[in-house]
Each structure stands twice: as structure tokens, then as C-alpha cells.
Design a protein around this ligand. Structure first.
Ligand code: NOJ
Length: 755
């Protein structure tokens, strides 16, 4: 439809019809006429109101969406199609590794391919918008939603944010435009800085940290063309984001020129009342719309009050027009006025869902995202020697729940478990494997009070692990016997998938108790232990590392988890991941992240008396595993770091002549392998503190044993600049330092003077 036609349509609509384009309700309403929105507001809808609704969330599958769409368009006075939105966080039916895992692959291409494949499946199943990517920077693993983020680094977060937006749009030039979904970057802003890691609290920080660390990824998402933005639950500087004029109007709309659809989070308009910044829901509706929130997700504030607010002159009619027009524009961009089903048929849906290509991509992604944390000894246990007799133990051996709590459309039945993959391999390669779980995944205590109620409400009952006993003696005995009879024990441990995700903050970052008991018992029986760790967040892995010769981190790997992990264990693929979030030594260090500020009292190296310096008296300052860390099945060295010039002049334009940085990288091991070379910058001293180092570039490199190659990075304004209060990158005069290495703990600095 042309813009003028769209305008004509808007002008022909009544105020009520426009208001209801701004109302979003759960899909359940279309199935049963009512839904539990978790709010106390009267949320019943008349038949007339239901027919006017603009968008819905949480339902998918072509049969259902097409039937609802057809009925809705018949009933709507102007036959305006509904928008179907859904949380496609790491795949629809084919679950890819969680976003935090994708962050560890340091690969925009991989992110683009996975989001593109997810868009393909989603569009075919009748969806139009995904509530992704989540571009909240994260530093606190107690927060359950770190699994949805790309990690702790602003540069990586922004880069992968862009890749996701492009991927959902249907990138690679291969996906036809109609198999795209609109993306919605969230949660604006700084939801990832939840105080003490507790979900739904405030995020208190300086405007400088907000600008330099938290905002860059959202800006990049907007620049990449995200169609929507979602406001966050948290408050910033004491003002809840959904009613924060400075954030939504001044920053997002005015400074960044975002003219797409701005949606609230679930009932976050209603929460303006609960949090005491609005006296009632009517006031909340007024504030949210005035701040630029176009769609009210599930609070009913707009449905109940917006019409009256306009009629009584408290909200300008033009504001409702503007918001409704944005929603119509989005529907138009998605082609819904021409074809509300976007060419999807049940044949297309069947072909696209869980396609061979998507499964192959998911399997490859598992390998690229997994991080080898430890592989000790003269003869490391990984990859597993083909002749070794292996006992597979631990609750994740049998589990088909290898996706996160957010993979709401994934069916565990489609997932390949470790046991299934291993059995297939044993048959095809004649390997000798034994299996014994040893303990259950988790117990009531791990999942917190009320877990049973919560889970029965939200999940399929048969997938809930609700044993109340911690250790089953017979299971344990069987696993120990298997370990005694094996050369190597692969123990598959981890958080249950419901232990991370929304509302799943944790105060302890260890594995469930009975799993640690299992590990100890196995260790008494056999010292050749490979631990495979499943998790949605960084964990305290001290005990696991002490009791294991090798530790492979596989996150929540998704549908092809079993196959991908077996590829890694036998060395058919190499663990390509490097941590995108620091793994703490213990929970007391949290938040611990590499790009922190310096201190006037640094801890001297190797000091035994850490008093009156910035240090703990009982634990180290450094995390157990730092950002950027990860091993290969071979080893690498970086040396000979040099610059094309040690000095360069800053022009009046604020730019300087580009500099090249070089380093020599060598494969010092016995196998071909790939590594990630990382370039860090430390800014000169200025009035305000700068982070001790910041990642500014990275490159992957594959080398044969003994091979050595020179790599080159270009250093320009992007690399040395930092974001000023004007939202632009600034380079200052002074001494910058550059380091190139294999993780964020590299301290091989060379100096670059900007004069
Ligand atoms: C609440 C979550 O915070 C948000 O991320 C999600 O997209 C919405 N619910 C819709 O499910």
C-alpha cells in the first residue's frame, strides 16, 4: 500500500479503532476469549473490542495463526490484519544455542545465519515480529536473563546486535524478503544492569556508563534498521523506563531518530502505578503515550483509558494518530495488506520447520559456541581417543531438554540427546560407550519455592523434573561402577534449563548439589574425568575444575546439542567459543568483568598481603575464567606486536591517519586448529576514568601445526574513540596503549601517541 493510501485508511478510522491498534493481548484471547495477564485490571474484552485489536503475542503455527487472521479480518470494520508477535529468542522449532553462547562464537556471520533461519521458520508459521534480539549488556550472572544477552562487552554486543537485526530481516541475500520477521530490540534501556542481579529491580548507574557501555548496542540495533524497540521494566535514575521521557523521547526518538514501533514490556505500563510514579492506570496510559510508547503490551491501560483521555483533552488526538500510523506502517512493510498470510502454506511450513539445513546449522553452531575451559595433562583427554572405553554419566546424558526456558516453541522430542548421538556413533565407528546417569538433574530446592506451581502453569508437565530426593543411591552406584570399568568418564552436568531465564535470578552460582556429589564419587573411582557443562549463565566452576582433567562448556546448546557435543568430544570439530562473559571465581566477586575502571590502589602482582589495596583478603580479584578465554585442541602463541607508526597527528576534523597493528601468531601444538586473536585498547588518562581495556577488534585464524602467520588490524577513529555526551565518537590527544592476545588478560602493551 502506498503511504497516501495508508493515511487514507487511518483517516477513515474512528478514535476507538485507532486506539485498539495500540492494544496488544495474549493469543489465548483468540482461542478461548480470555487469558491470564497476571494483572489485577479488568481484562475482559467485548466481541467488538476483540475484533479491533492490533496485535497479539505468544501463538504460532500456521494452522492457528491463519485461522485467527482470517476470522479477525472478516470481523474488523476495515479488514486490518493482526500482527502476530512471539519470543523467538534462539530459534522457533529448531533451537540454536542460546544468545550468550552465540556471543562466545565471536561471529556476526553465525548470528546472522541462525537468526535468519529462525526468521524463516517463524514467518512460515505465521509470525510477523520476534521480541529479539535482547541487547542488554550483562555483568552479573546472578541475573537469570544473561542467557539472552551476547555478554559483557559493548563492542561485541553492538556488532552481534546488528547481525541479529539483519538476520531476522532475512539476510544472506538468499532468503526472500517475505520470509523475514521484524525484530524488536529490547529492553530499552539497561535492563541487564538489574541491581544485585535480581530481576525487575532498578538499574542505577552514571549517565556516562549508560552512554558508553549500555547504549551502544541499542544504537547499533536502531541503525541496523530494527522495526521495533521494547521499553524495559527497570527504572533508570529512579524513573521507570516505560514512563521515562528523557530516555524514550529525548534519546530514542529525538537523538536517534527512531520512528519505528515502540512497545512496552508486559504490563510495564501498569507497573507505573505499582511503582508509584502514576496515581492510577489512566495516568499511566497518559504518561506512556506521551513518552512515545505506541503499543501497550497486556496492561489494558490504553484499552480502558486512551479514548477518554483524548476526548477529555488530556492526550492530543495527533499522538494517537501518530502511534496508530506507526503500527499500520509496520503491517504495511511486512506486506500484510497485500497478503495477510505472506505466502505461507502448510506445505511451506512443513518444509521449513526443522529442515535439514537448519539442523546442520544448529549442529555447527554448537561447535562454534562451545568453550574448552580446561584440557590438562601431557596427553589431554580431549578429543577422546578412538580406542578408549568411555562411560557417559550425569543427568544431561539422557536429557532432551537442551534448550533454554525461552525456547517456548521447541519440542524436546525433536532434540538429539547425548546418548542418542553417542549410540549412533558407537554403531558407526565401533566405539565402546557405557551409559549411567548417576543422579537426577535437579530437585525442588534448586528451583526455588513455588517452583512446582510455576512449572505446572507454564510448562509441559512431563518435562518437569520434580524429584524431592537429592541423591538416589542405586543410580549413583551404577554410575560409579561404570566409571570403574571405563578408561575415561564423560560427566554431563549443569543447571536445569528453568534455572535461568526470566524471573530466574540465583544467589548461588554452583551446580545442583547432587550433581557435585556425583562428580566427587566418580572422581574417587576414576581420575580421567571430562566434565561437559550445560548452563544459561556463568557459574562458579572451581570444584568442577578441580575434579576434572577436561572441562567443556556447552551452554544450552539446543536441538542438535547431542550431535554437536559428540562432534567436539571425538575431535570431528573443535570448540570454537571464547567466553563472552567472565566466569567468576565465586559469587562474592560478582559483578566481575574485564573492562572495569582502574584504581588508585591496584593490587601489586604476587603480593601476599593485600591490605589497603583494591583487593579481597580472601579471594582473588580475577575471575576464574576471563572474558575472551577459551582453549583449542592445539596451542597458540602471539608475539612480535608492532605498529606501523608509534605516533600520529590528530587533525582538526577529529580524525587521524590510520595505523596498522601487527602480531605474529603461531600454532605451537600438534594439530591444525583455530583461535581468536583479540585487540584491546587502553585510553589515555583524561578527566574521567576509562576502562582498563576495551575490546576493539578480533579475528579468527586457522593454522597447521608449527605454522606462523602475521595478522594485521587497522586502528582508526572507531577503535580509539569513545562515545561523548553528543553521541559521537571522540579521539583525544595522549598516549593510547594497544594489546593483542588470546584473551582479555593479555598485558602485552605497546604505545601509540596521538599528538
Ligand atoms: C516479558 C519479557 O521481559 C520480554 O522480554 C518478553 O518479550 C515479553 N514478556 C513477551 O513475552
Amino acid at each position: 500500500m502506498k503511504k497516501e493510501q495508508l493515511m487514507e485508511l487511518l483517516n477513515s478510522m474512528s478514535l476507538k479503532e485507532k486506539v485498539f491498534q495500540l492494544v496488544q493481548i495474549p493469543g489465548q484471547y483468540f482461542l478461548s476469549g480470555i487469558a491470564d495477564t497476571g494483572t489485577k485490571t479488568d481484562n475482559s474484552l467485548t466481541g467488538e473490542e476483540l475484533a479491533l485489536i492490533g496485535s497479539t503475542l505468544g501463538i504460532y503455527g500456521l494452522e492457528t495463526t491463519a485461522e485467527i487472521q482470517k476470522r479477525h479480518m472478516e470481523e474488523h470494520p476495515h479488514h486490518i490484519p493482526l500482527l502476530f508477535m512471539h519470543d523467538v529468542v534462539h530459534g522457533l522449532r529448531t533451537a540454536f544455542p542460546i544468545p550468550l553462547a552465540l556471543g562466545a562464537a565471536f561471529s556476526p556471520d553465525l548470528v546472522k545465519m541462525c537468526t535468519s533461519a529462525a526468521a524463516d521458520e517463524s514467518a512460515a508459521s505465521g509470525l510477523h515480529v520476534t521480541f529479539a534480539p535482547m541487547l542488554d549488556l550483562v555483568r552479573d550472572p546472578r541475573w537469570g536473563r544473561v542467557m539472552e544477552s551476547f555478554g559483557e562487552d559493548p563492542f561485541l554486543n553492538a556488532m552481534l546486535g546488528r547481525a541479529s537485526v539483519e538476520g531476522f530481516r532475512g539476510g544472506n541475500g538468499e532468503t526472500p524478503e517475505k520470509w523475514r520477521v521484524a525484530s524488536c530490540i529490547k529492553h530499552f534501556a539497561a535492563y541487564g544492569a538489574a541491581e544485585a542481579g535480581r530481576d525487575y529491580t532498578g538499574a542505577d548507574m552514571s549517565s556516562r556508563i549508560l552512554r558508553e557501555c549500555y547504549l551502544p548496542a541499542y544504537i547499533e540495533g536502531v541503525r541496523a534498521g530494527a522495526d521495533m524497540v521494547m521499553s524495559s521494566f527497570n527504572a533508570i535514575d529512579g524513573v521507570p523506563a516505560t514512563g521515562n521521557e528523557k530516555l524514550l523521547k529525548e534519546t530514542l526518538r529525538d537523538a536517534w531518530n527512531f520512528d519505528g514501533v515502540l512497545i512496552s514490556d508486559w504490563d510495564s505500563v501498569g507497573e507505573l502505578v505499582k511503582r508509584g510514579v502514576c496515581s492510577d492506570l489512566r495516568e499511566a496510559a497518559r504518561l506512556a503515550l506521551n513518552c512515545g510508547i505506541d503499543i501497550d503490551m497486556c496492561s489494558f491501560a490504553y484499552a480502558r483509558h486512551l479514548e477518554a483521555l483524548v476526548r477529555e483533552g488530556e492526550v492530543a488526538k495527533e499522538q494517537v494518530d501518530r502511534a496508530a500510523f506507526r503500527v499500520l506502517e509496520l503491517k504495511n512493510r511486512l506486506g500484510l495488506f497485500e497478503d495477510p498470510f505472506r505466502g505461507a502454506t502448510s506445505t511451506v511450513e512443513r518444509k521449513k520447520i526443522l529442515s535439514t539445513a537448519n539442523r546442520a546449522l544448529a549442529r555447527k553452531a554448537v561447535c562454534e559456541c562451545s568453550v574448552l575451559l580446561k584440557n590438562a595433562g601431557e596427553q589431554p583427554l580431549l578429543p577422546l581417543a578412538s580406542e578408549s572405553k568411555v562411560a557417559f554419566t550425569g543427568p544431561y546424558v539422557e536429557s532432551k531438554e537442551l534448550h533454554s526456558a525461552w525456547a517456548v516453541s521447541t519440542d524436546p522430542e525433536d532434540t538429539v540427546s547425548i546418548r542418542e548421538a553417542a549410540e549412533e556413533l558407537a554403531l558407526s565407528q565401533g566405539r565402546s560407550f557405557i551409559f549411567a546417569e548417576g543422579c537426577t538433574m535437579t530437585c525442588r530446592e534448586d528451583l526455588g519455592p513455588k517452583s512446582e506451581e510455576r512449572m505446572v502453569k507454564y510448562y509441559r508437565e512431563d518435562t518437569i523434573p520434580m524429584q524431592s530426593v537429592t541423591t538416589d543411591v542405586n543410580m549413583l552406584k551404577e554410575a560409579v561402577a561404570a566409571a570403574e570399568n571405563a578408561d575415561t568418564v564423560v560427566v554431563c552436568l549443569g543447571e536445569h534449563r528453568l534455572m535461568s531465564g526470566e524471573g530466574a535470578s540465583r544467589g548461588e552460582l554452583t551446580l545442583p548439589k547432587q550433581q557435585l556429589e556425583l562428580l566427587k564419587s566418580l572422581h574417587s573411582a576414576n581420575k580421567n574425568i571430562v566434565s561437559v557443562i550445560f548452563t544459561g549463565r556463568p557459574l562458579d566452576l572451581r570444584e568442577v575444575c578441580e575434579l576434572s582433567r577436561s572441562v567443556l562448556l556447552v551452554w544450552m546448546p539446543g536441538t542438535e546439542g547431542g550431535n554437536g557435543i559428540l562432534d567436539l568430544l571425538i575431535g570431528a570439530a573443535e570448540p570454537g567459543g571464547r567466553l563472552s562473559m567472565s566466569f567468576p571465581y565465586c559469587v562474592g566477586q560478582v559483578p566481575v568483568y574485564y573492562n572495569h575502571f582502574n584504581t588508585g590502589r591496584p593490587k601489586p602482582k604476587n603480593t601476599k598481603v593485600p591490605y589497603y589495596v583494591s583487593a579481597y583478603i580472601d579471594i582473588p580479584n580475577s575471575p576464574l575464567f576471563p572474558f575472551g578465554y577459551g582453549l583449542s585442541y592445539t596451542s597458540f602463541s602471539v608475539s612480535g606486536i608492532k605498529l606501523s607508526a608509534e605516533k600520529t597527528a590528530l587533525q582538526d576534523s577529529g580524525s587521524f591517519g590510520e595505523i596498522k597493528a601487527f602480531a605474529s601468531v603461531k600454532n605451537t601444538g600438534l594439530r591444525r586448529g583455530q583461535t581468536l586473536i583479540q585487540l584491546y585498547v587502553s585510553r589515555p588518562f583524561a578527566e574521567a576514568l576509562a576502562p582498563v581495556k576495551e575490546l576493539k577488534a578480533f579475528r579468527k585464524l586457522a593454522l597447521d601445526p608449527g605454522e606462523e602467520k602475521m595478522i594485521e588490524f587497522t586502528i582508526g577513529n572507531e577503535e580509539l574513540g569513545h562515545m561523548g555526551s553528543d553521541g559521537k565518537m571522540h579521539v583525544v590527544k595522549g598516549e593510547y596503549r594497544i594489546a593483542i592476545g588470546l584473551d582479555s588478560e593479555t598485558e602485552e602493551w605497546i604505545s601509540l601517541k596521538i599528538v
